[in-house]
Design a protein around this ligand. Structure first.
Ligand SMILES: Cc1cc2nc3c(=O)[nH]c(=O)nc-3n(C[C@H](O)[C@H](O)[C@H](O)COP(=O)(O)O)c2cc1C
Length: 306
């Protein structure tokens, strides 16, 4: 069972262009087994409809503090109390400022003041807005009070500018929520993980390998990061995406994996060796491609441990 299974996550959506990405975020959270309650600022409803988020979350969406039906059916205090984590994604400069000074003039900001749950903000805005000293000061204030600030990504922004301010991929927001729900019992540890297969060359284009996918090592790395460790993976050729927050060093052969692991070893406080390192390799790999019309091919293998 995943970390999010059965957990109540309150998602606050504010009025930025990235509000459309909240639909994907709700879907990922629901698929991971979370009970998702969405609250939106009035301006957020200009960007994405409550109906979309209500349908995806299978729960009523709160948009109005003073609606008679919403207050009796959802209730701002109930939302604040039932949340195990509240995540504001996207968080506008406006909502960040209100949260920093304690303004509670709509459902989202009122719930933020009324809750004892852990809160995360995923700022998303134009790069000049994000770099404005006021926004930086407000974020620093929220961070000091214990809120998690999910760093925006860099790249082309919807407003036409390039720079920092993109809402991170919804999968990253989910990873941050999972971390908030996990005991940080590996905080301060530096965990080195080896993962995946190795490839041992026969010639420059052919190799001997095994069927390791890297799934085990990558899952260990992901879990260690979630529990607060700094994590580095030394990976053989694996098609898997690098887990969020994890540093990845790619290698190909067993000897390269040994070299990279050895050089990271002094950094580590624990080493988990989940890679499927080859036991044998061709003793004399050819320098050039072995011609296909070579009659039969006899490979001499040597033990790698020797
Ligand atoms: C098309 C459009 C896109 C906007 N995108 C953003 C944005 O990405 N981030 C942001 O902080 N504000 C953005 N704004 C400005 C906010 O909508 C505005 O500050 C609003 O008051 C925020 O209200 P809320 O924080 O209550 O949702 C945008 C406005 C418009 C018209």
């Amino acid at each position: 069972m995943g970390v999010l299974s059965g957990k109540t996550i309150v998602l606050g959506v504010s009025g930025g262009i990235a509000a459309y990405k909240s639909a994907e975020l709700v879907r990922l959270l629901v698929n991971a087994g979370a009970n998702v309650r969405v609250m939106m600022t009035r301006n957020a409803t200009e960007f994405i409809t409550p109906l979309t988020l209500q349908t995806l979350s299978s729960n009523p969406v709160a948009t109005d503090t003073f609606s008679l039906t919403q207050e009796s059916e959802i209730g701002h205090i109930r939302l604040a109390d039932t949340a195990e984590v509240i995540v504001i994604a996207p968080a506008t400069a406006d909502v960040i400022a209100k949260a920093a000074v304690g303004i509670a003039d709509d459902i989202l900001t009122t719930v933020l003041l009324a809750t004892r749950a852990k809160v995360a903000f995923a700022p998303a805005m134009n790069v000049h807005m994000y770099e404005h000293p006021t926004v930086a000061e407000n974020l620093a204030k929220l961070r000091t009070r214990g809120a998690v600030i999910i760093e925006p990504g860099e790249g082309a922004l919807a407003c036409g500018y390039e720079g920092k301010g993109r809402l991170p991929d919804p999968a990253i927001v989910v990873a941050e929520i999972e971390k908030m729900l996990s005991a940080q019992d590996l905080g301060g540890e530096n965990i080195l993980v080896t993962a995946g297969p190795t490839q041992e060359p026969i010639d420059p284009v052919r190799f001997v390998t095994n069927r390791s996918s890297g799934k085990m090592g990558f899952a260990i790395a992901r879990a260690a990061w979630r529990r607060g460790a700094a994590v580095r993976i030394v990976a053989g050729p694996s098609a898997l995406a690098t887990p969020y927050g994890v540093e990845r060093i790619d290698t190909v052969t067993a000897s390269a994996m040994l070299a990279k692991t050895s050089s990271s070893f002094p950094w580590s406080t624990a080493l988990v060796m989940a890679a499927a390192v080859a036991d044998f390799r061709p003793a004399n790999p050819a320098r050039g491609k072995i011609k296909k019309d070579t009659r039969g091919l006899r490979l001499e293998m040597e033990s790698i441990a020797d």
